[in-house]
Design a protein around this ligand. Structure first.
Ligand code: SF4
Length: 353
């Protein structure tokens, strides 16, 4: 069992982060934010896929001016992603937005940051305090020579103390290093010293396959250590993939259950059905299910009976056929041709809509 780090709560709109809440899945739109229609279409698709908080880029004034309409029509809380410009930050705060992301390191003006925080407090807007290896303060680069894990954690601790000193506590922190171990180490150092919730993710992880693996490795270590209150998987891919991968990682550690979990064997010389095709068809046909459902599809008797019994429903395959299991009990024998349809028929009778 994973023992999660004790953190204080932060609310982004009506979504609770920290204090034992389920790890919240976030993503970020890749549309031009000022294209309101495209941005809202993407937000709606992401919310349907399970995204619980959405972040939108706000690089220019026209993007900040689009926020009121986006916030008004978004089914999930919206965070504005703001870099460099205190002016754009202040303008965004007028939009009804639920949160903003700021990297103090790239604003680098304590007076301006204080003004933004005071405005956030007045409007009950949460902040994500971001520290990235690419925008570390000069004094830390001078001290450590490069953006080490220690330097990243020190920056996050410095700015957290600054936020609290000016009376602002409604924030979470993200610390993003350029490689997996640096990221893990920096988050670990910070987590040991505070109860501030952490937004975790492996930044710029890469394209879908490589990025998913890199994210699973890094996030797997952090989650195992109990670190992480909200997550974004960053992929060079459709943001819906980020949401899917985030849930798969959380699901594999028993931290969230959502949608279908397929347990299937890798196949070997004992296989006597076309298992990859069966798994592919089942995965495709069940992709729209939101409620947790564990489906086991096993190639032969070696592990099949046990796995199929552990699942909500399953197939234990043999020679050109399978035993269909439901709730741990064998219900009937089905041929290879009918096994997908029979499995889906049984699932359609279960309370999983
Ligand atoms: Fe091979 Fe059977 Fe194991 Fe599948 S379940 S990998 S077919 S031994």
């Amino acid at each position: 069992m994973i023992k999660r780090r004790k953190t204080r709560p932060v609310f982004v709109g009506n979504v609770k982060i920290g204090d034992g809440a389920p790890i919240v899945v976030q993503s970020m739109t890749d549309t031009k934010t000022h294209d309101i229609e495209a941005t809202l279409n993407q937000i709606n698709r992401l919310a349907k896929a399970g995204c619980e908080i959405i972040r939108v880029a706000v690089p220019r004034e026209e993007d900040a001016l689009a926020l009121p309409e986006i916030v008004k029509n978004s089914p999930i809380p919206v965070i504005g992603d703001i870099h460099f410009s205190p002016r754009i930050a202040m303008l965004s705060l007028e939009s009804g937005i639920h949160g903003i992301r700021l990297n103090p390191g790239n604003i680098n003006d304590e007076g301006k940051i204080k003004e933004i925080l005071q405005e956030c407090k007045k409007r009950n807007i949460a902040v994500r305090l971001g520290v990235n290896s690419g925008s570390l303060e000069k004094r830390l680069l001078d001290k450590y020579g490069y953006p080490s894990a220690q330097a990243l954690a020190e920056s996050a601790l410095y700015w957290s103390e600054f936020f609290e000193k000016v009376g602002f506590t409604n924030f979470k922190v993200s610390i993003k290093g350029s490689d997996v171990l640096q990221n893990v180490e920096a988050n670990k150092i910070f987590a040991e010293k505070t109860d501030i919730p952490l937004h975790v993710g492996i930044t710029e992880a890469g394209p879908k396959d490589r990025g998913s693996i890199k994210s699973a490795v890094g996030l797997g270590i952090l989650f195992y250590l109990g670190i992480g209150d909200t997550v974004r998987v960053s992929l060079t891919a459709d943001p819906e993939e980020e949401v899917k991968v985030a849930y798969q990682i959380l699901q594999s550690l028993g931290l969230r259950r959502k949608g279908v979990e397929i347990v299937s064997c890798p196949t070997c010389g004992r296989i006597e059905v076309n298992l990859p095709e069966v798994v592919k068809q089942v995965e495709e046909k069940l992709s729209g299910i939101d409620k947790p459902l564990k489906v086991a599809i096993m190639g032969c008797v070696v592990n099949a009976i046990g796995e199929a019994k552990e699942a909500d429903i399953g197939l234990a395959c043999g020679y050109k056929s399978a035993i269909l299991f439901k709730n741990g009990q064998p219900i009937r024998k089905v041929s290879e041709e009918e096994m997908v349809d029979e499995l889906l028929k049984e699932i359609s009778q279960m309370d999983i809509k």
